[in-house]
Design a protein around this ligand. Structure first.
Ligand code: TXA
Ligand code: MG
Length: 315
């Protein structure tokens, strides 16, 4: 039996699987099976009021889950799906509040990863899939990360290679005014241009999104975000105290440290490698992770968002 067939079988029998998507790996379950959805919350230690994203195979299935209340929804779906955009929309009355965290909205996404596509097409229904990490920890971007997080508790992790995007999807709420709930690889400016309306960036509507909690996506090792020009001096200072420093570098400057992960200055490549690099630095031989701050420009928005949550500011 192929991995895809096994994955679909497991979903049908209410089991959880590790599923690759183009953003990060998901911990997937049949969205129409309340017991299966419950298993996700238990395994992830995720609070029950934190909603999960429903993944569907194609735009045509959107109306099974959400009320299509405006034209901009179709415009966005046609432009960005399959792809790393999640839309938060008014839910259909039959969608379980276990999925929506008790809210009247539901989050939907059509992933583009060929493995996710095949599983969803054969499965037919919706699949809920939060990132396959324990609550608050770093999202997985390769199959081995999921195995490290959950071990035998997940029967099958379908190996789809390294995730191409590497950061979680852009989440856009269209419940009222267009509002960015989580930045991702899709430029907000491109969304604004398409729908001809400004996108709010402050999440004032009070919708809960755990991705918006201050501490999230965190390594266990203490991590600090440091302006580039202060890196070398800070590393010297701490190394004199015998502190073993892990460095997540953006620039080419040589600044010391026991272990250096150099991700470079292209935001696309940086995103793709970020979580794997953070996992490598989050190692018992490292006492402190110093993250060199990237530029504060729009193409680095999602990266800066995740780095801010994964680190403490420099005091
Ligand atoms: O890229 C992704 O989106 C990955 C892959 C696996 O698809 N999934 C993912 O799921 O990141 P998760 O559960 O880690 O993050 C989903 C985010 C959470 O911040 C959640 O609060 C938000 O989506 N969300 C889900 N439903 C929502 C809703 N009805 N209203 C507001 N936010 C919602
Ligand atoms: Mg997550």
């Amino acid at each position: 039996m192929s991995q895809i067939d096994r994955a679909v079988d497991l979903l049908r029998t209410g089991e959880l699987i590790g599923l690759p998507t183009e953003t990060v790996y998901g911990l997937a379950a049949d969205a129409s099976n309340p017991a299966a959805v419950e298993k996700i919350f238990t395994l992830k230690d995720r609070p029950a009021n934190h909603p999960v994203i429903v993944h569907i195979a194609e735009v045509a299935k959107l109306a099974d889950w959400a009320v299509i209340s405006s034209d901009r929804i179709n415009q966005l779906a046609e432009r960005f799906w399959p792809g790393p955009l999640t839309l938060v929309l008014p839910r259909q009355p039959w969608v379980s509040t276990a999925i929506t965290g008790g809210q009247e909205s539901v989050a939907l996404r059509v992933p583009s990863h060929p493995v996710a596509q095949q599983v969803l097409q054969r499965f037919g229904g919706g699949v809920v899939a939060p990132s396959a990490n324990r609550f608050g920890r770093i999202s997985p971007t390769r199959a081995q990360h999921v195995i490290e997080e959950f071990g035998d508790a997940v029967e099958l992790v379908v190996d789809g290679g390294d995730c191409q995007v590497g950061l979680e999807s852009t989440i856009l709420s269209l419940v009222n005014h267009a509002e960015l709930l989580r930045p991702g690889s899709i430029p907000v400016e491109e969304i604004e241009q398409l729908i001809g309306e400004p996108v709010g960036r402050e999440n004032r509507s009070g919708q809960r999104a755990p991705g918006l909690l201050e501490r999230h996506y965190s390594p266990r090792t203490r991590a600090i975000l440091v302006p580039g020009e202060q890196m070398a001096a800070l590393i010297d200072l701490r190394e004199m105290d015998g502190v073993k420093i892990g460095v997540l570098a953006f620039s080419q400057q040589d600044c010391g440290g026991s272990r250096v992960e150099r991700l470079g200055n292209d935001p696309e490549l940086y995103s793709r490698q970020l979580y794997a690099a953070l996992r490598r630095l989050d190692h018992p031989s490292i006492d402190l992770i110093l993250v060199e701050q990237p530029p504060q420009t729009p193409s680095w928005l999602a990266i800066n968002d995740r780095l801010t949550r994964a680190t403490c500011p420099l005091e």
